[in-house]
Design a protein around this ligand. Sequence first.
Ligand code: GBH
Length: 461
Amino acid sequence: MTAKLPSDFLWGYATASYQIEGSPDVQGRSPSIWDTFSHTPGKIKDNSNGDVATDSYRRWGEDIALLKLSGANSYRFSISWSRIIPQGGRGDLINADAIEHYGVFIQTLRKNGIKPIVTLYHWDLPQALHDRYGGWLNKEEIVQDYVNYARTCFRYFGDQVKDWITHNEPWCISVLGYATGAFAPGHKGDTEHWIVAHNLLIAHAYAVKAYRDEFQASQGGQIGITLDCSWQIPYDDSPENVAAAQRAIAFKLGRFADPIYKGHYPKVVKDMIGDRLPDFTEEEISVVKGSSDFFGLNTYTTQLAMEGGDSEIQGNVKNTFTKPDGTQLGKESHVSWLQTYPPGFRSLLNYLWETYKKPIYVTENGFPVKGENSLPVEKVVNDTARVDYYEGYTDALLRAANEDGVPVKGYFAWSILDNFEWADGYDTRFGVTYVDFATQRRTPKASYDFLKKWFADHIAT
Ligand code: GBH
């Protein structure tokens, strides 16, 4: 008999507003920091931007049809803050057209048997708030404005949306946005990103408090956060490298997850960063602690960890995919940071359950086939390397759930369509559906069929 996932298991695809919507100035939307960033020469690999992307603000009906045919029972997408409140702030106007748009979209998903899972913040801060007071750097202002935006979404959509995610990947927002400068707003340095990360946690926590105090009882939903982590395997058995792998997890994940699920920063992070890691006030930490009903996990790969290097952000850990014998850990993809390695996924799921004791939703997982962007569509649809990836990762998921007893409640593949892959532009394709960006024609790849069949076969009826 085939092992099964429970009948209420959620599976589907994940997307983000700026990566798919396009229509930057339609129906009252104002720019976000990603409009500004992607229009700054030199920031995006192929000099592209999200002005059109997959044109999903207009073609949303097509997207829903594609999702429905995929067999997905749920869809994780994000709402664009600068559509809902174009100037962003708590004193600024709410945009009725955008409320109407997302309302109809959500209703149509539900009519088609697809459960909406909403991310409130997937990186597209209203530019107006960045200009007005420094955006995520300004705790006093941003926390109140974020809570106001979140509350607006709960109020207008909470009768239909029962699963909320506050932020997507605070590590990326803070480190890539305010330390390396690879992402919007493109700041570089060693100080700001610790402050931004801290403020993201507090904004998340107060939005969750607002939901719990004002909406949860009547609306009956759940709310949490999505964190990203690559599983870390020690490069070899040496005690330094074993410690390095643990430290890498503390710096990447623990510094967000520990305050939320345990009520304090990891000691190893506090010891290394000292005063530059802002302290929580007593009130703040009491709100942060316990502020997620589940564990939202984005994970794509596994890395080998080695003591050394001078990157403080990584906890002075070096990462590599090259094993001591010179071979690669997994199978290569289009991007240097991602190799296929399913056993690491299973280990990570076990680690998260043992450490944080919360049901897990895998809110993103996916693979870009090497060189896919230079192939003709007839070849692209035969995406065997992506099928191979999903075969491995779904098998690891099933084993973690059934053999190891990890309560995994959902799985969202990234992504239903090729889309705007941030600083990589359109060069990196993560979709199970090919998008011809010149015509917007969508063509499902073999991986689309694979996931459809796999979940049909492995969810109990
Ligand atoms: C997710 O980020 C995002 O949530 C999603 O929007 C995105 O499209 C998807 O993954 C695919 O990338 O600076 O060396 O870390 C995943 C985390 C952030 C990992 C950017 C790779 C760049 C290399 N990714 N990061 S590095």
